[in-house]
Structures are given as structure tokens and as C-alpha cells.
Design a binder for this molecule. Structure first.
Ligand code: FES
Length: 159
């Protein structure tokens, strides 16, 4: 079969695409895998706490036996509709954040108590206790919810 100049360039173009796609995919994966060798270094799994849910409100007890009783602590709060990250930065003050990483949707399960950062186990993104990204690949902060503490009860409005 004879190939003309037009067919030659058409086939050459297809070959270039075949070669370029794996290179681009590899580059994207590389950027996601910055910390993949040990994404949870210097962190530990969060303690789990159960909460209740009704009408967009999550409630949990924080008393002296709770993993959240001391300042500087954090926990994963499980409730029927999902999970929240909760931390206790100072007396009677709590932050409540979405537990879903903004990079690729993994559940954030770890906390580095030394730096007070939440750590995603998938690719190592780190967030401060207000949900701001400290290091990526996460592109944006975690959603923060309004939290109020009174009479040993933390109330979080998750909408
Ligand atoms: S899903 Fe990739 S860092 Fe969290």
C-alpha cells in the first residue's frame, strides 16, 4: 500500500498523541505523589468519637473522659451522615472541619500533634486546625463549620 504525504503526517500526528498521553498522565501522577512514600510521617491516627445528628446539627459530649478533653487534641467525629474533624485549640474553643480532603476526596484520618496539623493518608496534604492548606497537593481549605460548646456538649451546625 502506497502512503501519500498527507496520510504520513496524519499517522505521525496520531503517534505523537499516543506518546504524549502517557507522558502527561505520568506528570500529573507525579505531582499528586509528592509525599506518597510516607504520607503520614510524624502523625498518628485520630481517636474516634461518636456524635448524634438531627436537623443539620451534630452533637457530641466532651467531658473529662473524651479524647477531646485536653487542649491541643483532635479527633474524628463519626455521626450517621458522615465524619467531622474536631480539634480543641484552647479552653472551651473547638474547630469543626470537613474530613474530606480537597485533593481527591480521601478521608483525613491523621493528626500531627507536634505541629497541630491534620494529615491526609493518601498523598500527604496537611491542613492547620482551621482547615487551611499547609502543604499540598490539596488545592483548597477544608470546609469549616460553626461550633459551640456549653455544658459538656459540642454542637456543630453542618447544615
Ligand atoms: S486525597 Fe490526595 S492528599 Fe488527600
Amino acid at each position: 500500500m502506497k502512503i501519500n504525504r498527507r496520510d504520513f503526517f496524519k499517522k505521525a500526528g496520531q503517534g505523537a498523541i499516543v506518546l504524549a498521553v502517557p507522558a502527561i498522565a505520568s506528570s500529573i501522577l507525579e505531582s499528586c505523589n509528592n509525599n506518597i512514600t510516607n504520607p503520614t510521617s510524624n502523625s498518628a491516627s485520630l481517636a474516634n468519637v461518636n456524635g448524634t445528628y438531627a436537623n443539620g446539627i451534630v452533637k457530641l459530649t466532651v467531658n473529662s473522659s473524651s479524647p477531646l478533653s485536653k487542649t491541643g487534641t483532635a479527633a474524628m467525629v463519626n455521626f450517621p451522615n458522615g465524619q467531622l474533624l474536631v480539634d480543641h485549640p484552647s479552653a472551651n474553643t473547638f474547630n469543626a472541619l470537613s474530613a474530606v480532603c480537597t485533593h481527591a476526596g480521601c478521608l483525613i484520618t491523621n493528626f500531627d500533634s507536634g505541629s497541630s496539623q491534620f494529615v491526609c493518608p493518601c498523598h500527604g496534604s496537611r491542613y492547620d486546625v482551621n482547615g487551611n492548606v499547609v502543604s499540598g497537593p490539596a488545592p483548597s481549605p477544608l470546609q469549616k463549620y460553626q461550633a459551640q460548646f456549653a455544658s459538656d456538649t459540642l454542637t456543630v451546625n453542618v447544615g
